[in-house]
Design a protein around this ligand. Structure first.
Ligand SMILES: Nc1ncnc2c1ncn2[C@@H]1O[C@H](COP(=O)(O)OP(=O)(O)OP(=O)(O)O)[C@@H](O)[C@H]1O
Length: 616
């Protein structure tokens, strides 16, 4: 079972979970519908009872009115049989009508819970789980469960009861023949058990492969431009074809398994029926059985054909549902690695000064042997802006992600006004920390909803001010202004437009600490200069940690911290570092344009709007 949000999806080769137990654990979703389900069962049993009564009436007809040529009695009994048939049809209709609504409600309840749970899982969980695997769990696995809850489970109980009742009636009608029918349950049980074992392995494989296919589709949809630009369509198509072929083969294997088993399951009751007919005819000839009893016996026995024939389908459905429950519980059983402590506190925004301190911070990604950060110390004073500079891959983004606790430190601690971040309520912390990443995520909702994600109560004036600050007033010119719905991931906007909206979203929460991961990288030089001058005003009163790649953005910072080998190796003003730290100078001079941006290699005044600087 996955534990801790570092665990990845199931290991394909290994069926190591407890599908039936996990299916049983989902019974809590059945509980609110227990009364409904009880009525369903009752209607189903009543319908079956009506069905079973028909052969018994037929026996009376044959042995009574037919034998005695009594027309009135015949009509009475025929009328009764007709009524029973009508009652059966009506009860089946009622059952089906109610059945679908409760199973759909159960499916919706599980889906809501899985989605809410996914929200609470940490970034490292989502780093490890392919999104297609999550998607297939929340869509196709839940549909499988719904089918089981609405049909499989119901027929399992109903068919079992029908089987038992009919066998008891058969034994009462003719003990020897009845016992013969009862004995046929032994081969049926053996066939069903063998089928269940094999089908479980196949259905787990197939449901995992469905997840793989969903992941591929999702990746392709997201990376469509890159794929087209590199002309990788045919290779990706081949990869996709291989994946769908594997899925196809598993599907065929499952189908064949079901076909073989269905044939065997069909054979057993038919062989029993043939034996009963021969033995029954002999018994009638010998006077030990009436014709009416034989008719009733055979009619009742025919009622067992469907429960037995459907056994394969019910087991298949049950196995798929158990596998689906297993896959869903894998997600639900993953505990959020980052959660509120029992005694977590909430800070009031107006009392927060914003002193951010990293004390001996170490960090290692789950599953990685090499730490990204080790023994890192840094203090950002209230209202101060510190730019983090370092080579590509040195851990700048990782460092920033620790502030809103997207990841937790592996060693040391980070404090805000002296409070360990882990002692704060997550909601409180995230309400105090505004974040904007280099590749901002916008959701397929309106611009307004995207902007007010962290401040649903924000007023129009505040949104206007945030948009002005981020130079994002273009949003008012969209076809429906701020009510314009953005395409998936905001892809209908340019990179620069997305960055500006993300920046407006970050400043709108009036953060005590602003964390900006190269948020201006996609802006043209002119817009960047405008955003920077506006940002300067915000940064004056806000503690901020910036990752910057452009020297012009470094000018926003009061101090610069150099990140090397997982530690901060130098802190000072840009001028001080340029003058006294060769590595820093080296990083800047690695880009030929740097000299012209910074004036001279020892320049103290990087010009806003300079060329991009590659810090590696
Ligand atoms: N989710 C992750 N799981 C495992 N390792 C990761 C993950 N994200 C980043 N890393 C590793 O951590 C290291 C630091 O990455 P990070 O993105 O923090 O660097 P960076 O300094 O921000 O780089 P850049 O300037 O290129 O954005 C890299 O070696 C990277 O491979």
């Amino acid at each position: 079972m996955a534990a801790g949000s570092g665990g990845g999806p199931a290991d394909r080769g290994e069926i190591r979970r407890h599908p039936l137990r996990n299916l049983w654990r989902l019974r809590r979703y059945l509980r609110p519908h227990a009364v409904e389900f009880g009525w369903l069962m009752l209607a189903g049993l009543a319908a079956t009872g009506a069905g079973i009564a028909v052969p018994l009436v037929a026996q009376r007809v044959v042995d009574g009115p037919v034998a005695r040529r009594d027309l009135t009695g015949l009509f009475l009994l025929a009328g009764l049989a007709l009524l029973l048939g009508l009652a059966e049809a009506l009860l089946i209709f009622i059952r089906r009508w109610v059945q679908s609504s409760s199973s759909v409600a159960m499916e919706a309840a599980i889906r809501t819970d899985v989605y809410a749970h996914l929200q609470g899982l940490s970034a490292s969980f989502h780093d490890r789980w392919p999104s297609g695997q999550l998607l297939s769990r929340i869509t196709s696995d839940l549909s499988v469960l719904r089918r089981f809850l609405s049909f499989g489970l119901f027929f399992l109980v109903l068919n079992l009861v029908t089987y038992l009742v009919v066998v008891v009636l058969l034994i009462r009608l003719h003990p020897a023949l009845g016992m013969l029918v009862a004995a046929s349950a032994v081969p049926l049980f053996l066939i069903a058990r063998r089928f269940g074992r094999h089908y479980h392995v196949a259905s787990r494989r197939m449901q995992d492969q469905q997840g793989d296919v969903a992941t591929l589709v999702e990746e392709t949809a997201q990376g469509l431009r890159t794929m087209k630009a590199y002309g990788r369509g045919p290779q990706l198509a081949a990869r996709f074809a291989a994946s769908t072929e594997a899925l196809h083969d598993t599907g065929i294997g499952k189908g064949r398994l079901l076909a073989r088993t269905s044939a065997l399951l069909d054979l057993v009751p038919n062989l029993t029926l043939g034996t009963v007919l021969v033995a029954g005819a002999a018994a009638v000839a010998g006077g030990r059985l009436t014709i009416g009893q034989l008719v009733a016996f055979v009619s009742l026995q025919l009622m067992l054909i469907w429960p037995v024939q459907s056994l394969g389908w019910i087991i298949a459905n049950g196995q798929e549902a158990a596998t689906a429950a297993d896959r869903i519980q894998e997600v639900l059983d993953t505990r959020p690695a980052i959660a509120d402590r029992p005694v977590a506190i909430a800070l009031v925004r107006s009392t927060v000064r914003g002193r951010l301190r990293f004390e001996g911070v170490g960090f290692r990604y789950p599953g990685s042997a090499v730490p990204v950060l080790r023994g890192l110390d840094l203090t950002v004073e209230p209202g101060e802006t510190v730019a983090v500079v370092g080579a590509t891959g040195s851990g700048k983004s990782t460092l920033l992600s620790l502030v809103p606790r997207l990841h937790d430190v592996s060693a040391g601690r980070i404090t805000l006004d002296g409070h360990d971040l882990r002692a704060l309520r997550l909601a409180s912390l995230r309400g105090l920390v505004g974040v904007a990443f280099e590749e901002p995520t916008l959701f397929s909702m309106s611009v307004w909803e995207n902007l007010t994600l962290g401040r649903p109560d924000a007023g129009e004036d505040e949104v206007r001010a945030a948009l002005a600050l981020a130079q994002a007033e273009f949003a008012y010119d969209l076809p429906w202004g701020l009510r314009t719905r953005l395409g998936e991931q905001g892809l209908s906007l340019s990179g620069g437009q997305r960055q500006r909206l993300a920046l407006a979203r970050a400043v709108l929460i009036r953060p005590a600490v602003l964390v900006l991961d190269d948020p201006l990288s996609a802006l043209d030089v002119h817009t960047e200069a405008l955003v920077e001058s506006a940002l300067k005003r915000v940064l004056r009163n806000t503690t901020a940690l910036l990752v910057v790649h452009r020297p012009s953005t470094i000018a926003l910072a009061d101090r610069v911290a150099l990140l090397e080998h997982g530690r901060i190796t130098a802190v000072g003003t840009h001028t001080e570092l340029l003058a006294g730290v060769p590595t820093y100078r080296g990083l800047l001079s690695a880009e030929p344009a740097a000299a012209s941006i910074a004036g001279t290699p020892t320049s103290t005044d990087p010009t806003p709007g300079g060329s991009p600087l590659v810090l590696s």
